[in-house]
Design a protein around this ligand. Structure first.
Ligand code: AMP
Ligand code: MN
Ligand code: MN
Ligand code: MN
Length: 280
């Protein structure tokens, strides 16, 4: 059988558009043989996703994508094979989610000052899981109101640094996030490393710290990378002896450029993050 691992995607438990069960069915229909659900700072979709995966006969990996602040830069750390019952992990994620709630109020204040009232209530109407409110929910509200044509443009005009709805946020530390993941039996992976505004030297320093904290891998082939970035991070994975991961970062049919399970394979010489997994 040709294996097709997709180890990064989102459901309505965070900022995805499909319920966990719909997401898993779609993945199976697109040829994914093992899926990891990696909602932002949240584990509540895993039971439903795991049950559906069993039903449709694909492998399933319990995952999460944790928001981290490192040297003032927001970085996402994916945990794969975590234990959703782990107290350390569960408590850590609770604390991260609480800061999202406070941030949302400040985002709404910024948008109101820019002439867009009512966005807090508006964003929550798009958040099926109200304890996991994020910028994507604000973006969907602004698109619905006709302020901006699509989610991507909302980010550019309103939600990134220097724009009215941007609120600097202090997420978990790198050590905390990697520590929660490994304490729960999971493997820590840097999500879409090509997306961070880090110089080459900073990226190397970051990866060194990540490894010494217990991190094991990087996403090489992801929906958030360009083709040249596949090569760039394959090179770094080889040089720094990191495992390589593959994941679409799918959020929904209308919003994601990359479909579940549709990315190219990892370069054959890399050690995939799944190299020592038994098939579930
Ligand atoms: P948050 O964790 O609430 O700050 O939101 C981060 C999420 O916003 C990411 O996981 C993406 O889903 C989405 N996002 C971030 N930047 C962009 C962008 N430029 N265009 C579209 N979506 C974005
Ligand atoms: Mn997201
Ligand atoms: Mn991410
Ligand atoms: Mn993601």
């Amino acid at each position: 059988m040709i294996e097709n691992f997709d180890l990064h995607c989102h459901s309505t438990s965070s900022d995805g558009l499909l319920a966990p069960s719909e997401l898993v069915r779609r993945a199976a229909a697109r040829g994914v043989t093992t899926l990891a659900l990696t909602d932002h700072d949240e584990l509540s979709g895993l039971d439903e996703a795991r049950d559906t995966a069993r039903e449709v006969g694909i492998g399933f990996v319990d995952g999460v994508e944790i928001s981290v602040t490192w040297n003032g830069v927001t970085i996402h750390i994916v945990g794969l094979g975590i234990d959703p019952e782990s107290e350390i992990l569960v408590r850590g994620l609770e604390a991260v989610r609480d800061t999202r709630t406070a941030r949302a109020e400040r985002i709404a204040e910024g948008l109101a000052a820019a002439g867009i009232p009512g966005s807090l209530e508006g964003a929550y109407t798009f958040a099926e899981n109200p304890r996991l409110i994020g910028r994507t929910h604000f973006a969907r509200f602004l698109v619905e109101r006709g302020h901006v044509r699509d989610v991507k443009t909302v980010f550019q005009r309103y939600l990134v640094s220097g724009k009215p709805g941007y609120v600097p946020q202090k997420w978990a530390s790198l050590g905390e996030a990697v520590g929660w993941i490994t304490a729960s039996g999971g493997r820590a992976i840097v999500a879409h490393p090509g997306r961070y505004k880090l110089s080459r030297a900073e990226m190397r320093r970051f990866l060194a710290e990540f490894k010494s904290a217990g991190g094991e891998g990087v996403e090489v082939v992801t929906g958030s990378h360009t083709r040249p970035q596949y090569l760039e991070f394959a090179f770094l994975a080889r040089e720094l002896d990191l495992l390589a991961s593959r994941g679409s970062d799918f959020h929904g049919p209308q919003e994601s450029a990359v479909e579940l399970g549709s990315l190219p394979p990892l370069p054959a010489d890399l050690t995939p993050v799944w190299h020592d997994w038994d098939r579930a």
